[in-house]
Design a protein around this ligand. Sequence first.
Ligand code: FAD
Length: 448
Amino acid sequence: MEPITVIGGGLAGTEAAWQIARAGLPVVLYEMRPQVASPAHHTAELAELVCSNSFGAKASDRATGLLHHELRALGSLIIATADRHQVPAGGALAVDRAQFSRELTETLEHHPLVTLRREELPRLPETGIVVLATGPLTSEALSADLQRFTGLDYLSFFDAASPIVVGESINREVAFLASRYDRGEAAYLNCPFTAEEYQRFWQALCEAEQAPLKDFERENAQFFEACLPVEELARRGVDTLRFGPLKPVGLRDPRTGERPYAVAQLRQEDRHGQLWNLVGFQTNLRWGEQQRVFRMIPGLEQAEFVRMGVMHRNTFLNAPKLLSASLQFRDRPTLLAAGQITGTEGYTAAAAGGWLAGTNAARLARGLAPLVLPPTTMAGALFHYISTAESKTFQPMPPNFGILPPLEQKVRQKALRYAAYRDRALKDLSTWATAMSLPLQPLELDGC
Ligand code: FAD
C-alpha cells in the first residue's frame, strides 16, 4: 500500500503520523529540522514545545482540560506522553519538555510503519493521501506553494487579532445593541464612554506594558505596518482613538438619549452570539495588561476573555473557505490539514487536529467514511468553528466554552455551566464512539 504522507513533525504531525501507524498503515513523516531551521524551534526533536511547557488547565470543567480528557479517551499519543512527563504546575498540565519530545521522537523513529525523513518538503505532493501539519512557521517554499494551491487570499502570514470575550460576561445594562445610524440590523454591542472614563482608559492604555516582539517578528516588521496596535494609536494623541476605532458617530446611548463621548464596539463572532470581538483592538500588550486595561471599558468590567489580542507571525489557512469539519480540503478530500495552520490555537488543539486528520487519513486509505466529531465536544466544536466561521474576519481560535452550542437549559452559575458542558461533551463523545465502533479509553474524571 502507498504510504500516507505527513508534512511537519510538530505536535499535530507527530499525533497524525502515530494515529496512521496505529491503524496499521505505513506513513512517511517529513520534518525539515535540523536541516532547515525554524525561527522559533531550538532542537531537532519531534513535537518540540516552542514556548511554554504547559498544555493549559487540567480540570475537566476547563476548556483545555476537557479537551485533554477527550483526547485521552480517543487514545492521543501526545496527551498520553504529556501525562507521563508531567511536572508540578498548580492546576496545569505542564511537562518536562526535553523528556516529552525525546520520548515522542523515539516512539516514532522506532515504529516499523513510520519512515521519518529529515527534509523540507517545498511543495505539496500532487497525489496520494497527505496531511499538512507544518504549523505557524511553515517554511517559505511550502508557504508559496500553498498560496498557489489555495489562492492568494486564503493563506495568512500574520495574526493581528483583537481580544474575544464571552457574551454573558458583558454588562448589557451598559453596552447597547445598535448599528451606526441605525443602518441595517442592530449588529454591534456598543460600550459608551463619558469624557472622564475615556480619559482614564486612554491614560492606562498609553502606559500599559507591551509584550516584546520575537527577533523574527522584528525582522518582519512590514507585517505590522498595515495594522497598528490599539496602544500605538492611543500614543499618537488623546483623540486619535476617538476619531478611529472608538468613534461615537451615528450612535446614541439609550440610557441618556445622547451621543457618547467615545464608543468601543464588539462584533458577534459566532452563530449563537456567545463570543464577541473587540473591534479594532489588535494589540501587543501583555495578556495580564489587556485584561486590566480593557476591563476599564464601560460594560466590560467583568468581561471573561476567551482569546487575548495578538500580533505575531502565524501562517494559517482560511479554514472556513477551504476545510470541512473532517479537516479535509473541500476541493481535494485526500489532502487534510492539522494543527495551528488550520486556524486552531494552542498545543492541545494542535494535538486534537493531529488525531482527527491522522485518523481520517487512515480511514480514507481503507475506503471508510471520514469522521466528524460531535460539535458538543470541545474537539468537535473547534473543527466545526473553523470550518463554518465568517471567512472574511476569520482569526485563529483556542479551545473555549463559547464555541460549544448552548445548553438546552440555561445554567446561570459559571462553574455549574462549565461542568454541564463537560458532562454533555463526554456523554456525546461516548454515544458517538459507540455508533462509529471506535473504542474509547476509560476516563478518570477529577473530583466530579
Ligand atoms: P509546530 O509544532 O510548529 O510543527 C510544525 C512542524 O513542521 C515544525 O516542526 C516545522 O519544523 C515543520 N515544517 C514546517 N515547514 C515544513 C516543510 N516545508 N517541510 C517539512 N517540515 C516543515 N501554543 C501554546 O499552547 N503555548 C505556547 O506557549 C505557544 N507558544 C508559541 C510561540 C510561538 C513563537 C509560536 C509561533 C506559536 C506558539 N504557540 C503556543 C501556538 C501553537 O500551539 C504552537 O505553535 C504549536 O507548536 C502548533 O503545533 P503545530 O503542530 O501546528 O506546529
